[in-house]
Design a binder for this molecule. Structure first.
Ligand code: HEC
Ligand code: HEC
Length: 333
């Protein structure tokens, strides 16, 4: 325990030392979210613009924020996303909040990190439907972008590598510290109610914590959906098996983070669970073979709602206007 405190950066350690019950907090299987550190601010500002810029899509209408809306917990709150030409997406959009804490990106982990992930949606025909060449042509036609890329990366040419690097750097700022549960972890015993605390204890004693742990309360392993009982779904997503072809990986998904889970409805990879109560009931039965009473379910839900942290706050970026040279958007077809 002592060593763990010592390993923490000095500012953090100082904060923990001033709190009387630090032993308790450090022994918990969930750690507080740390405010973002060591970030390239110039890349963040550029990445923020790109994140909100719909001109990276063929239609000129869909941005990262369309499906990962930062006013709505970093999701679209839809069962599955709507892509180019109003296409029905195959899978639920996970939150971008705290995604920098994930062991890998996507439900099946097919992108190693945020930078590797960010190139995907731009060129995905079912999402933004642009090509990387088109996205670069658009950006290159806008002098303010050319200047800003040059200032940030020191090169004349805008590359997709720089685009994804800047977006990933911005995404690293989308952490949500200071939830009431984190305040409790850091020693403020009054930060959560008795019901929420009872819910946390049930979460631990029932076994939820085996898969949902660490600072993101998930995001750090791939687990089967339907351990005790099979999961019934209309979705064709196979999870990790879609990558490995292995039968053992069928329905293995990245365990989602439960941070801000009160905001990121509906739940599961197919978005089939509309409410938290429903999701908790299904998790209990399918993953642990436990049928929670109504009261137990309500306690766990109360605990989960205490995991909502400070949402990212920033000024909405104003995007540089297109020019006569900018390839026109193609919203239809
Ligand atoms: C049309 C909707 C849509 C758009 C636009 C979109 N995404 Fe996504 N995003 C999704 C969906 C759906 C997934 C899950 C796909 C999967 O796992 O197979 C996802 C996954 C992710 C993830 C992984 C999160 C996790 O927990 O695994 C990140 C990060 C992300 N998107 C960031 C972005 C960025 C950055 C952009 C803009 C360049 C973007 N997305 C554009 C729908 C969208
Ligand atoms: C064996 C590992 C495991 C256990 C144990 C487990 N979960 Fe999960 N949890 C998962 C996986 C995997 C998913 C994603 C399933 C999917 O989308 O198909 C998930 C999804 C969820 C979701 C939906 C999150 C979202 O954003 O879609 C909630 C809420 C949740 N779990 C809560 C719980 C609770 C409460 C318990 C204890 C009763 C629990 N889990 C036990 C692995 C587990």
């Amino acid at each position: 325990m002592k060593t763990r405190t010592l390993l923490m950066p000095s500012l953090w350690a100082a904060a923990v030392m001033t709190i009387s019950c630090n032993v308790f907090a450090a022994d918990e299987p969930i750690q507080p979210i740390r405010p973002v550190q060591q970030i390239n601010l110039a890349q963040v500002e550029l990445g923020k613009k790109l994140y909100f810029d719909p001109r990276l899509s063929k239609s000129g209408f869909i941005s990262c924020n369309s499906c990962h809306n930062l006013s709505m917990g970093g999701t679209d709150n839809l069962k599955t996303s709507i892509g180019h030409n109003w296409q029905e997406g195959p899978i639920n959009s996970p939150t971008v909040l705290n995604s920098s804490l994930n062991v890998a990106q996507f439900w099946d982990g097919r992108a190693a990190d945020l930078k590797a992930q960010a190139g995907g949606p731009i060129a995905n025909p079912g999402e933004m439907a642009a090509s990387h060449t088109l996205a670069i042509d658009v950006l290159t036609s806008i002098p303010q972008y050319v200047t800003e890329f040059k200032q940030v990366f020191g090169q004349d040419q805008i590359t997709i590598d720089e685009v994804t690097q800047a977006i990933a750097e911005f995404e690293k700022t989308l952490v949500t510290p200071n939830s009431r549960f984190d305040q409790w972890l850091l020693g403020d015993k009054d930060a959560i109610t008795a019901t929420e605390l009872a819910g946390y204890n049930l979460f631990k004693t029932s076994g939820c914590i085996a898969c949902h742990n660490g600072s993101a309360v998930g995001g750090n392993s791939f687990q089967k959906m339907g351990v005790v009982e099979p999961y019934k779904t209309m979705s064709t997503a196979e999870g990790v098996a879609g990558l490995t072809g292995k039968d053992a990986d069928r329905f293995k998904f990245k365990v989602p983070t439960l941070r801000n889970v009160a905001l990121t409805y509906p739940y599961f990879h197919d978005g089939a669970a509309r409410t938290l109560a429903e999701a908790v009931d299904i998790m209990g039965r399918l993953q642990l073979g436990k049928k929670f009473t109504k009261e137990e379910n309500a306690k766990i839900v109360a605990f989960l709602k205490a995991l909502t942290g400070d949402q990212p706050a920033f000024l909405l970026p104003i995007l540089p206007p297109s020019t006569d040279q900018t390839p026109p958007p193609k919203p239809f077809g």
